[in-house]
Design a protein around this ligand. Sequence first.
Ligand code: HEM
Length: 164
Amino acid sequence: MDGRPRQNPAYRRARHLWAGNCDTSTVLPGPPSNLTHPWGNSETPYDEIGGDPSVRTLVENFYDIIEDESPVLRKMLPADTSGSRQKLYEYLSGWLGGPPLYAEKRGHPKLRMRHLPFAIGDAEAEEWMRCMSKAMTTSGVEAPLSAFLGQKLADLALHMRNQS
Ligand code: HEM
């Protein structure tokens, strides 16, 4: 954590976004569970994953996996991926319901627009998800959070497609 007060209005908005947007039935089919949220019992996915250090670890593992084993994604990135790592870390911090670091620093993410310079079809979106799923496993993200994030991130990755 960075000591930012939880009373921060942007933080509260992000938290309510999560609280309002979850459909437990599509994430956790089957008998009702005793979870207060589809991602677990913490107030936000950000808290559930373990806060700032865990978001950082997830992103570092994700980019390490891309650099080690994903030529398709690697070739889209700059030689030095430290800036790419920093931007995804900041984005995920807010997206998960934590401090909105990306928005504070860079404004509205306009994520789909920012991906238009890169040719993204089914194969690239699926490869992105494969690397992210592996990164979640490597980082120790467990069910139900892993299932919840897997679904939400897959939706987002598919939304980034700009090629058939
Ligand atoms: C669908 C497959 C995807 C591909 C192939 C892809 C690829 C890329 C590439 C090549 C960049 C530029 C990196 C740089 O400038 O250093 C980028 C930036 C970024 N991507 Fe993705 N991405 C994908 C999906 C996603 C998803 C699902 C998210 C959100 C969870 C995301 C979040 C970001 C962010 C925050 C940036 C930085 C934007 C900026 O400020 O320039 N990407 N992505």
